[in-house]
Design a protein. Sequence first.
Length: 81
Amino acid sequence: MQAFIGALIGKGAQKGVLITTSTFSRQALMASSQSGSLRLVLIDGEALTKLMIRFNVGVRVARTVEIKRIDLYYFEDAEME
Protein backbone atom coordinates (compact mmCIF):
# COMPACT_ATOMS: atom_id res chain seq x y z
CA MET A 1 0.00 0.00 0.00
CA GLN A 2 2.82 2.37 0.83
CA ALA A 3 4.42 1.74 -2.58
CA PHE A 4 1.06 2.40 -4.29
CA ILE A 5 0.57 5.64 -2.37
CA GLY A 6 4.15 6.66 -3.15
CA ALA A 7 3.66 5.97 -6.86
CA LEU A 8 0.47 8.06 -6.92
CA ILE A 9 2.14 10.95 -5.15
CA GLY A 10 5.15 10.65 -7.48
CA LYS A 11 2.84 11.05 -10.49
CA GLY A 12 0.96 13.95 -8.92
CA ALA A 13 -2.28 11.99 -8.71
CA GLN A 14 -5.12 13.09 -6.47
CA LYS A 15 -6.87 9.75 -6.32
CA GLY A 16 -6.25 6.09 -6.98
CA VAL A 17 -8.11 2.78 -7.14
CA LEU A 18 -6.57 -0.44 -5.90
CA ILE A 19 -8.33 -3.72 -6.69
CA THR A 20 -7.60 -7.14 -5.25
CA THR A 21 -9.36 -10.46 -5.60
CA SER A 22 -8.46 -11.15 -1.97
CA THR A 23 -8.76 -8.91 1.09
CA PHE A 24 -6.77 -5.95 2.35
CA SER A 25 -4.72 -6.34 5.50
CA ARG A 26 -5.43 -4.19 8.52
CA GLN A 27 -2.13 -2.39 7.91
CA ALA A 28 -3.09 -1.64 4.29
CA LEU A 29 -6.44 -0.22 5.40
CA MET A 30 -4.73 1.94 8.02
CA ALA A 31 -2.17 3.21 5.49
CA SER A 32 -4.90 4.12 3.02
CA SER A 33 -6.88 5.99 5.68
CA GLN A 34 -3.77 8.03 6.56
CA SER A 35 -2.98 9.07 3.00
CA GLY A 36 -3.80 12.72 3.60
CA SER A 37 -5.52 14.53 0.75
CA LEU A 38 -4.99 11.57 -1.60
CA ARG A 39 -8.34 9.89 -2.22
CA LEU A 40 -8.03 6.11 -2.33
CA VAL A 41 -10.71 3.62 -3.29
CA LEU A 42 -9.99 0.06 -2.20
CA ILE A 43 -11.99 -2.72 -3.84
CA ASP A 44 -11.57 -6.16 -2.31
CA GLY A 45 -12.65 -9.48 -3.77
CA GLU A 46 -16.15 -9.36 -2.29
CA ALA A 47 -16.82 -5.83 -3.55
CA LEU A 48 -15.31 -6.74 -6.92
CA THR A 49 -17.67 -9.70 -7.23
CA LYS A 50 -20.68 -7.53 -6.41
CA LEU A 51 -19.63 -4.94 -8.99
CA MET A 52 -19.13 -7.65 -11.63
CA ILE A 53 -22.62 -9.01 -11.01
CA ARG A 54 -24.20 -5.55 -10.88
CA PHE A 55 -22.68 -4.46 -14.20
CA ASN A 56 -22.72 -7.89 -15.93
CA VAL A 57 -18.96 -8.03 -16.39
CA GLY A 58 -17.49 -11.50 -16.74
CA VAL A 59 -20.70 -13.19 -15.61
CA ARG A 60 -23.64 -14.89 -17.28
CA VAL A 61 -27.07 -15.99 -16.18
CA ALA A 62 -26.98 -19.55 -14.90
CA ARG A 63 -30.71 -19.87 -14.23
CA THR A 64 -33.82 -17.74 -14.53
CA VAL A 65 -36.74 -18.20 -12.18
CA GLU A 66 -40.23 -17.23 -13.35
CA ILE A 67 -42.72 -16.35 -10.63
CA LYS A 68 -46.41 -16.23 -11.54
CA ARG A 69 -49.42 -14.84 -9.74
CA ILE A 70 -53.14 -14.99 -10.38
CA ASP A 71 -54.49 -12.24 -12.66
CA LEU A 72 -57.67 -11.23 -10.82
CA TYR A 73 -58.75 -8.91 -13.64
CA TYR A 74 -58.87 -11.90 -16.01
CA PHE A 75 -61.48 -13.58 -13.83
CA GLU A 76 -63.53 -10.40 -13.34
CA ASP A 77 -63.88 -10.03 -17.13
CA ALA A 78 -64.96 -13.67 -17.46
CA GLU A 79 -67.81 -13.23 -14.93
CA MET A 80 -69.33 -10.33 -16.91
CA GLU A 81 -69.85 -12.42 -20.06
